[in-house]
Design a protein around this ligand. Structure first.
Ligand code: ADP
Ligand code: MG
Length: 632
């Protein structure tokens, strides 16, 4: 076991590494955020495990992330990122870093191989973060010491190492022994063209931009500063400059001393000398500086958070390359005595898979924290109804017990209330955008228009609020709400007219023969080309007590007819008499061919000479299509 074991990468990993190395040059920055995000995950896992297994904490009390950049003599250098998280055993190093367990990876790979433009996003989205190390390193070494546990009472430190152009990696017991206390130390042997990442300011900037607010664990950077101090007693020739501290310096204590650490001891002799001869020489001072001393973003006062910070936080937390469309940051009280803070985001896009599984509703993007400690992002099947389960949320509850288990979570009153709280605030946010931000509102309609219709059908409790958000195209305008439609209705009109034909564009629908007469008479008709439109209409049935009327169904009445019903009947009878031979012939023809049920004289058309209409109580052609396709 202690000898070096050579492992070939699983073929997908080899492909992936190649893509990462070859095509993501312009996204190199992501390596740091990915490694910090892994460190954060490892610390979260440790903290969760410690609730039931306190032993895991032995070895190192503090929970933090440290970064060091070491410039070597030859101009090359190393970046060392360490955490005191859960760590990995030899087997875990092999499995976690040598194989891709994620489903959909092959999909990702073919996408990435054929299109490199948006791959920086894909890396994050598919959680392939570790391999981004190879963007800046030609060799990566991971030393890890798993936390003590009942299953692994005497953990041993192991090393994973691999070069950027090797198709295999090695695993071996760390010759240094258990140096880590606990956790993982990743050493990046920085490529010649990536030495700019050894610059402390560059690291600070990157952490600030991508990571400082996304973890509640402290991130420390070892900084070096040259300072002029009084000269020491010269030993042989010239002043002695303090040596740079070696990279094995201890990681900082949890309660880090803010005072500077002076490496060279300034002896009393020197002090004396200084008094006589105050000559100054440069000394390198090393200091651990915390890069994320602010509270996590969601805990801050919204007034102090910039848009850019909200956007960065979103992109890093939810691994989305696109900026969010909107967000809502608020605090509240659940009603069961739990006070909380929450941050809700509307992503710029729905997942490709959103409509593929229309009935399945699982949410993995509600991150529940208790007093800043991450608890879970899996709130179970019914966390949110399907229509809203794309929303990204961070909730931090003040007064839940920290050791809430999954089971108690399920029965916890707060979680039941949380669903209602999120939906209520999401709807508030959407209504506000509708009223105040027309451009954003258009974008929301583009992406979520159908989602809102689905919501109105599915979410009975919030139906009215959702219906108010739904928009339709009509023969008169590009977009109208049902409220606007009713404001625009003609005198005497007591129906909401619509024409539904699945798959047709608004343009095509507006040219339909069924629209002619209504259009000519100044009626507005909703033009429904999406299958969901008709599902919406048939489920909602009426709005503000006014029913929907399919203009393609027989028996259509407008409400402003100049003739009374009797007069109309009489006229119809007269016309039928007049055209009797024609109608009878047509009836015979269509019945023989099974093309239609009946032929009647109608006053519905203006320019077209005939139209096929649906039975008053029959399915419309559109619903028939929908039903037959869902049975296919
Ligand atoms: P992801 O983080 O999405 O799972 P990564 O490629 O970033 O994908 O990491 C792969 C896996 O390697 C992680 O799931 C985790 O099990 C393990 N891992 C990576 N970094 C660490 C670390 N610092 N401590 C413990 N485990 C880690
Ligand atoms: Mg990761």
């Amino acid at each position: 076991q202690d000898g070096k074991e050579k492992h070939a990468y699983q073929s997908d990993v080899a492909r992936l590494r190649k893509i990462v190395i070859n095509s993501l040059y312009s996204h190199r920055d992501v390596f740091l955020r990915e490694l910090i995000s892994n460190a954060n995950d490892a610390l979260e896992k440790l903290r969760l495990t410690s609730l039931t297994e306190p032993d895991v904490l032995t070895g190192a009390e503090q929970m933090n992330i440290t970064i060091q950049a070491i410039k070597d003599e030859d101009g090359a250098g190393r970046i060392i990122i360490s955490d005191t998280g859960i760590g990995m055993t030899a087997d875990e190093l092999t499995t976690n870093l040598g194989t891709l367990a994620k489903s959909g990876t092959s999909d990702f790979l073919s996408k990435a191989e054929s299109d490199t433009s948006g791959t920086g996003n894909l890396i994050g989205a598919f959680g392939l973060g570790f391999y981004s190390s190879f963007l800046v390193a030609d060799r990566v070494q991971v030393a890890s010491l798993a936390a003590k546990s009942s299953k692994n009472p005497n953990p041993k430190q192991y090393v994973f190492t691999s070069g950027a152009d090797e198709n295999s990696f090695e695993i071996f017991a760390d010759p240094r022994g258990n140096t880590l206390g606990r956790g993982t130390e990743i050493t990046l042997y920085v490529k010649g063209d990536a030495v700019n990442y050894l610059d402390e300011q560059t690291i600070k900037d990157l952490v600030n931009k991508h990571s400082s607010f996304s973890t509640s664990f402290p991130i420390y950077l070892l900084t070096h500063r040259v300072e002029m101090v009084p000269q020491e007693v010269p030993e042989e020739d010239g002043p002695v400059v303090a040596e740079e501290k070696s990279e094995t310096s201890e990681t900082p204590k949890a309660d880090i001393d803010e005072d500077e650490v002076v490496i060279e001891d300034v002896t009393e002799e020197v002090e004396e000398k200084k008094r006589k001869e105050p000559e100054l020489v440069p000394v390198t001072r090393e200091e651990w500086v915390q890069l994320n001393s602010q509270p996590p973003l969601w805990m801050r006062d919204p007034k102090t958070v910039t848009d850019e910070e909200y956007e960065n936080f979103y992109q890093v937390t939810y691994k989305d390359f696109n900026k969010p469309l909107a967000w809502y940051h608020f605090s509240g009280d659940s009603g069961s005595g739990v006070s909380f803070r929450a941050l809700i985001y509307i992503p710029a896009q729905l997942d490709d898979a959103y409509w593929q599984n229309p009935l399945q509703s699982t949410t993995k993007d509600i991150r529940l924290m208790v007093k800043r400690v991450f608890i879970t992002s899996d709130l179970g099947e019914d966390a949110l109804p399907k229509w809203a389960n794309w929303v990204k949320v961070v909730v931090d509850a003040e007064d839940l017990p920290l050791n809430v288990s999954r089971e108690t979570l399920q029965s916890n009153a707060f979680l039941k209330q949380l669903r209602g709280i999120i939906l209520k605030r999401l709807l508030q946010m959407l209504h506000r955008i509708m009223e105040e931000e027309p451009e954003k509102w258009e974008k929301i309609q583009e992406v979520y228009g159908n989602v809102l219709k689905l919501g109105a059908v599915e979410d009975h409790k919030n139906r009215d609020k959702l219906v108010q958000l739904v928009r339709f195209a009509t023969n008169q305008r590009n977009s109208t709400s049902l409220d606007q439609y009713l404001e625009n209705k003609k005198q005497g009109q007591n129906q909401i007219f619509y024409l539904a034909d699945m798959g047709k564009s608004t343009e095509e629908l507006s040219k339909s023969v069924f629209i002619e007469k209504l259009h000519a008479r100044g009626y507005e008709v909703l033009l429904l080309g999406d299958p969901l439109d008709e599902v919406f209409i048939t489920n909602i049935r009426r709005w503000k007590k006014i029913g929907f009327q399919d203009v393609a169904k027989a028996g259509l009445k407008f409400g402003d007819e100049e003739m009374t019903a009797e007069e109309e009947k009489a006229e119809q009878a007269a016309l039928t008499e007049k055209y009797k031979p024609l109608i009878e012939w047509l009836r015979k023809e269509v019945r023989e061919k099974g093309a239609a049920r009946d032929v009647i004289i109608s006053n519905r058309l203006v320019a077209s000479s005939c139209a096929i209409v649906a039975d008053e109580h029959g399915y419309t052609a559109n619903l028939e299509k929908l039903i037959s396709s869902s049975h296919a």
